[in-house]
Design a protein around this ligand. Structure first.
Ligand SMILES: NC(=O)c1ccc[n+]([C@@H]2O[C@H](COP(=O)([O-])OP(=O)(O)OC[C@H]3O[C@@H](n4cnc5c(N)ncnc54)[C@H](O)[C@@H]3O)[C@@H](O)[C@H]2O)c1
Length: 366
């Protein structure tokens, strides 16, 4: 195992480390064993990641004396469901998991959100570890403790804030990730630059070609920077009472697009990419920022081969309805994260839905 960076998410008694490096899967057992009393672990993974990486994790845990149950769910967003959570809970009960046992998420954001949700409710909460294997999960979803399943009436609507005990990021796992999912994760990477860090945004512009072809050293730096930013924000605002909401930039429209496509069209990051462009356009139209801001964001997303336009096959009313189901809606008014410049965003409440519907209509008829 080579550890390249160790970061802390400072949350008092719930503080934990993010360990970034290579060869980490093969040594994960020792690190996990140090943080739990019991020696019973469930590794939750999916049908793509399991066959590639679960054995390494299982063997490392077994070397530390763990009894390991591997639960493999079908890959894809539709597994982030109440039904899937119930099936995993049934396995834990059948295997007599107790309060000193632990749950380990090995996979992308779907596995992480679902496994974390299961860990948060099993016997009122058991220890939970994140081993994220997609770029999106490594730069975003594995850090910060948001765990959830989707409901037919809205994404991430059933969930909790439940922090992991440790996040283990093994950069080697990215070698097996499909290119489309690499690009999908880059949308959340761009987001950090827009909301907090202009210098990082400019670094991404400078190195965009190397990042797209997954240069190892540059990617490692990029992932570490994102984790650092996320850790800082989460430490300031664990339960999204304020500044953490900025991480939702692009997500209100994004969730509407995902829901309108019944999770079969855009991937999460792709939908957020389109959402970020439209939010920047709205900010420019309402005089909050220079139109060049939208152009810069759009150009970088295009360099990462991400979509920047709304899919014309989607129905306007379904996108709007999807947006209104978002958790960022307060008293029927939309809350948007809008850029003032690259590196600075503002939380703006009370945006009329008609204005956003007009923006989407223009896109759909362009
Ligand atoms: N909790 C949070 O804070 C947060 C933040 C952002 C996104 N999310 C959630 O994350 C989910 C999206 O995450 P995602 O993009 O990782 O989706 P995902 O979990 O579906 O993973 C994407 C695909 O890549 C495959 N995969 C993952 N790692 C792989 C690897 N190393 N090798 C080969 N294949 C691999 C998966 O099997 C899947 O097919 C959404 O549900 C979204 O809502 C949560």
């Amino acid at each position: 195992m080579t550890v390249l960076k160790e970061l802390e998410v400072a949350l008092g008694v719930r503080s934990y480390e993010i360990c970034i490096g290579t060869g980490i899967l093969a040594d994960c057992g020792g690190r996990i064993a140090n943080l739990v009393k019991g020696r019973q672990a469930a590794v939750i993974t999916d049908s793509n990641v399991g066959p590639l990486h679960a054995r390494t994790v299982q063997e490392s845990l077994e070397q530390q004396g763990f009894a390991v149950t591997v639960v493999t769910i079908p890959a894809g967003e539709s597994s982030k469901s109440w039904q899937q959570a119930e099936q995993i809970l049934t396995v834990l009960l059948e295997q007599k998991f107790h309060r000193d046992s632990c749950v380990i998420a090995l996979g992308g954001g779907v596995v992480g959100d679902l496994a974390g949700f299961v860990a948060s409710v099993y016997q009122r909460g058991i220890a939970f570890f994140q081993i994220p294997t997609s770029l999106l999960a490594q730069v975003d979803s594995s850090v910060g403790g948001k765990v959830a399943v989707n409901h037919a009436l809205g994404k991430n609507m059933i969930g909790a804030f439940y922090q992991p005990r440790l996040v283990l990021i093994d950069l080697d796992t990215l070698q097996t990730l499909e290119q489309r999912h690499w690009q999908n994760g880059l949308a959340e990477v761009v987001k950090y630059g827009v909301i907090y860090d202009a210098a990082f945004f400019h670094d991404l512009q400078t190195h965009s070609a190397a990042i797209l072809r997954r240069d190892v050293a540059i990617s490692a730096e990029m992932i570490a920077r994102c984790c650092q930013l996320k850790a800082e924000v989460v430490a300031l605002d664990e339960t999204e009472g304020g500044v953490r909401a900025k991480l939702n930039y692009g997500h209100t429209i994004g969730h509407g697009l995902e829901l309108a496509g019944h999770y079969q069209g855009y991937l999460h990051g792709e939908a957020v990419a389109v959402g970020m462009v439209l939010a920047a356009r709205y900010a420019a139209q309402s005089g909050m920022c220079d139109p060049a801001v939208e152009a810069e964001i759009k150009a970088l997303l295009q360099q990462f081969q991400l979509p920047v336009q709304v899919d014309k096959a989607l129905a306007l009313d379904e996108i709007v309805n999807g947006m209104l189901l978002d958790k960022k809606v307060q008293d029927g008014q939309l809350v948007f994260i809008l850029p003032e410049a690259i590196g600075h965003v503002k939380i703006v409440k009370g945006i009329p839905q008609d204005v956003i519907a007009d923006l989407l209509r223009e896109e759909l008829h362009a």
